[in-house]
Design a binder for this molecule. Sequence first.
Ligand code: ADP
Ligand code: MG
Ligand code: MG
Length: 896
Amino acid sequence: MAGAYVYDFSEGSREQAALLGGKGANLAEMTRLGLPVPPGFTIGTDACRVFLRTGAPPAELEGEIADHLARLEASIGRSLGRPDDPLLVSVRSGARFSMPGMMDTILDVGLNDASVLGLAKARGRERFAWDSYRRLVQMYGTTVLGVNPARFEDVLTRRRLRLGAADDLGLDVRELTGIVDEFRAIVREDTGEEFPQDPREQLAGAVLAVFRSWNGERARVYRRREHIPDDLGTAVTVQAMVFGNSGPDSGTGVAFTRDPGTGRAGVYGDYLPDAQGEDVVSGVRDALPLQALEGLDPAAYARLTEYLRQLESHYRDLCDVEFTIERGRLWILQTRVGKRTAEAAFRIGCALVDEGTITWSEALSRVDGGQLDQLTFPRFDAHGDAAPLAHGIPASPGAAVGAVVFEVAEATRRAAAGERVVLVRHETSPDDLPGMIAAEAVVTGRGGKTSHAAVVARGMGKVCVCGAADLDIDIEGGRCTGADGTVVEAGDVVSVDGTAGTVYVGALPLVPSAVTRYLETGARSAGVVEAVARFLDRADQVRRLQVMANADTAEDAARARRFGARGIGLCRTEHMFLGARRPLVEDLILARTDADRRHALDALLPLQREDFTDILAAMDGLPVTIRLLDPPLHEFLPDHTDSAVRLARMRAMGREPAPHDVHVHEAIERLHEANPMLGLRGVRLALTVPGLVATQVRAIGEAVVARLRAGGDPRAEIMIPLVATVEELRVVREEVERVLDEVGRAAGLPVRCPVGTMIELPRAALTAGSIAPTADFFSFGTNDLTQTTWGLSRDDAEASFLAAYLERGILAVSPFESIDRDGVGRLVRLAVDEGRRARPDLRIGVCGEHAGDPASIHFFHEVGVDYLSCSPFRLPSARLEAARAAAGTDAEADSR
Ligand code: ADP
Ligand code: MG
Ligand code: MG
């Protein structure tokens, strides 16, 4: 094709979403499939990018649009805005990644004072023509000319109320012509210009408005949330209008090839007779369930279900479809692979694998760890006797408790202050997006399963009940009233059950979800549990990364094992020195003589031995990687200020404090560090506090002996933290081995534990090649490695500047949440490579927060790490993500 920017539907295909936008690409695809798509053409995203860069569209664009329009007119036999029987078009936005409702679309372009009469005459339906004109002036006025939408709404409401009409169907031709006049007067007043009568001027204005809507506030908010880059731009599709508002034999709707809530097969959707486009989504009128169409127009319904089947098998996934019926004739206006809940994602994946439609690795590419996490969120306990405040449509499942808010600004304000809120609105529009992001749940009084609230909430995994018609919502008054007269004021707490579609007053008790019960007990049951179980079974076969847990107690170890851990990758010992045992550590720190110190350590030994014995029992047969004491000792002493104040107060009252308190205070002062993160901790403690290593290792060795004697299979491993140079590791390792030998000789049993090191300082990573021969394994402590590589302390950064960095886009994501591939990741890669080169059998793991983060897991897979160790509750999603990494799924692209 000659042109560089514009493509006819017949020229494109679904692979071209980057150029044509998802909408344009799929319209082209459906045109090629022979579906009844009104003809049209798409302006590629590159034209929008020129506009975004230079502030003007490319010079060639006008001519190309004119050529394509001429061809469209010729093929249809009508021309844009011609006075007798005009061609009208829609001008539609559509980016590479679906941004439902976030940008603008203008319908009925081409109507003016003359062509509205021609349209009425040609179609023999006067009301319809004026309804369309009314819509054009309203949509064009707001999106192209920037008129405040409330001004138009006010006119409509005022006229409706005067006539006592329930909705806009009650407005007759006379009213509508009056409304158009009023609307045009508003445009004149607000902009100082007439509503343009030239159809080509309308078209050009609409195209520019769509370009501009890429940078509209709501589009930007949505992109930030969904991690969609800001520089992609939108395509613009120009398409011949078809008219669902032509009368009772017409209508418009949205259909899904399966239930997007549960994944169940069947036809789902909403249908609105005698309506155009946005009416379904905006919830201005309550839609009928799609099944009702079967009664209204059986032939159109049969054709629609046939097309749905065809689309699902073509796209090999759940599709959602916009359609319009004009006087009995069915048109398909949009399709895309549909957004779905987490439950539906897992169930559809299994169903399509079973049908032989997709492979397991495709199925793995379509679910992610975040969705699995959602399924483990708690549910409400049986609601008992509580009568719901309101019933609505279960639009997005889950349980949420929060304070009711009616205003978006209020929602964001309260959420920022750490409160959980439930946003209650008549219906939502894209302007409500920040409030929806802030809220735990969204409740609307109007709108169906495909209303804006429902679609957006499902996409975000938020709980949503929509169309709660029995809830009387008074936004201005800040209150809503249930069917039984119960009044809920702003700030009152409600519980929202998005699975059942009910809202309750107060906070209902929560219980574990069915998926969590399965993870805990292994009990499978039909439906989503079975689907999750099958995915995890599959994931365990596919993944190369081993998955272990961070667990410090026997209880955690047992849970981790149930959640699929193949051992403990990080067992911290510090908790063994807290609580009732803190005085023993105090004694150790205060010891003045070797005998005192020995005494203190001897008291700790049996306690630690017991702890280790229990943990090894819980993880029998699997590795338990025990990290020697890591935190600075002053963490085991009272707070410096508290202690100083106590002593000062005693002295002020003329009393001499107890000598013990004075000693403790001296120790606090002695151990005080300006920067404890970089001070006396980790291996440095092991090398400077006499007897500390020996006691810990003895406890471990004796626990191993106890487990061996009990017939168990203990696999303790010893891990040295914060090593910077191989010398530190060498000295400590010698001591570890000496103590284990002693324990073994005394017991008459061989006690051998692998000894490895954490790699959590840049120097350790950079000298991995010289450390590796002395280490049986490496475990990347990515939290400390991130702090020390960036030269910042996590707590300080999070409390001060990190939020500002994220806000200003200096960081796209916190390096503590997701591994910084370029910096920290480079050190990891280097240490893996050089460590392995020095010692090919070196086992390499990761035990920081990052081991549970999906994007980081893909990175660790890539660089050849052997195992992950994360907190027990993140294990299931880590198993899944490790498998997705192995199946070659790109976590970044997929998260959109
Ligand atoms: P969004 O991306 O917000 O869904 P769309 O471009 O899909 O915006 O358009 C909004 C509404 O207008 C949809 O319901 C769509 O089906 C309808 N619509 C778009 N183009 C046409 C057309 N040519 N004829 C009839 N209805 C249309
Ligand atoms: Mg659409
Ligand atoms: Mg550390």
